[in-house]
Design a binder for this molecule. Sequence first.
Ligand code: ATP
Ligand code: MG
Length: 594
Amino acid sequence: MGFEIITKTPGPSGVRPNLPDYRQGCRQFHWQQAQARIKGHEGGINIAFEALDRHVLEGQGEQTSLVWLSKQGERRTFSYRELQGLSNRFASLLASLGVVKGETVFSLCGRTPQLYAALLGSLKAGAVFCPLFSAFGPEPIRSRMEIGNARVLISSARLYLKKVAPWRSELPQLGQVLLYDCHGDCPAGCLDLDSALAGAAETFHICPTQPEDPALLHFTSGTTGLPKGALHVHEAVVYHSYSAWCALDLHPGDIYWCTADPGWVTGTSYGVIAPLCNRVTLVVDEAEFDPERWYRILADEKVNVWYTAPTAIRMLMKAGDELVARYDLGALRFLASVGEPLNPEAVVWGTRLFGMPFHDNWWQTETGGIMLANFASEPVKPGSMGQPLPGITAGIVRVDDQGRLTELSAPGQVGELALRPGWPSMFRGYLHDEQRYRNCFRDNWYLSGDLAWRDEDGYYWFVGRSKELIKSSGHLIGPFEVESVLLEHPAVAEAGVIGIPDVVAGEVVKAFVALKPGYEAGEDLLKSLMAHARKRLGPAVAPREIAIKDNLPKTRSGKIMRRLLRARELGLPPGDISTLESDEGNGHEHSPRS
Ligand code: ATP
Ligand code: MG
């Protein structure tokens, strides 16, 4: 892609704990061996026990488990022992309300301590926990709670009244609604969570869950269509624990910030479970994205490991380099990114500004944990998703019209990214959609729906979603390649690329771009963008049209919704937009046909 491979340089702090062991370990250690690090609970396995109680039993209860930064500027810390106590209170309360193993507890909470304690408390009580993103509107909340057969909802009085109360009577199975921040005025039919917790027992006998017992329900981001409910089991903790060590370089005592909301799988697997299992101190920020606030948190909290997403990185790039220089980020040791393709430009920018690259890694709601990663101990290839974690077998396959699967073993061939099933955090089904689940598997491969290729060193490179591949005059064009090239242009902050029908070529490439501050949309800029794209990509792959927008439509988890760009372009129905966050705004169409 025209970028140099970045050989690992230590961060400004210069040191990494037990580096030689780690390097050695990363290559040889598999999740199966990591299983031995899991203590197990009463002959079974319980995620919350591994995350909290075992550390207290091992004498580490006084370490800070969570630092909470409120929107208003409050800072509260919880030791492992305190979080254990709080989660026990939640579990006691749920048990006293008659919640039994396998019932579903939903949360609709901002990133508050209650959410973290509720998640772990529900798992202790044997319930299945489903965190919903608090910015969802009433309809996506209702439909997810209906699909997930919600028995209990945990929320704030404010969120409940606004988003759930209007339709609550339509969900008779929703037995209990527990609300915090009621300030003495608990809505009818709900329980004041703060006072109920104060009266609940601080000790709890954790439900002896088995490895295959359901633990978490997560809905996919809805980037390509209707969100699917993926079910995960308690055994997943083995892989969460292992993969965070292996791919995120987490070590006990590290200060770690995962910027994802627990309403998305990243915010649970690597925002709650994996870090606590690795006995790190978790930073939780209640507020929304703000470049200055983010740099301040990195500096003030002395964050060592930072796990974020390409959209956030691109917005930080847009905010300018001068801002970073004002903060002392010397504690940073490892940066990682997930959720969308990370453009090479962003990796290079990170290396320049932070003295170390962002380590891109790839996974899905369905995989439950990181599958491919640029490791701390290996060179980072900007633009690549990295290599399979030890213990994971990945492949590139093609499935023909008759459903026959061929493995493409030669490097460089583009096909569907597939994985050999069997790792512990693998989803165990889509809720109420057995057929769709089965369709994900063929010839002992799990088919991811993403297209990629593998290079000679075994690194995987993202091409696009199989549904988003563009077929133009016999060329197969992945949106990511075109978007990455557009992002190299100094004016471009974001790019989304789609295929639109064309009588001659079948499809042609159309690009939508949002500009960095200080750049004006106009014919000159369009010409310059077009010239850059043609020079880098050649006329067959370069966009035929470029439209400049104020903003691109994204899911609430930060993914560009190319299907919506396409539907709008072609005047088609938008499909499910329950997860849509930002929108195009009042863009300027500048799309001269060339
Ligand atoms: P839906 O399945 O509902 O369409 P989604 O696939 O976006 O939504 P998630 O499970 O949250 O829902 O996202 C997983 C997808 O995100 C991957 O299949 C891939 O397309 C994309 N993705 C995640 N990480 C990366 C990465 N590092 N590089 C490229 N793409 C990535
Ligand atoms: Mg998906």
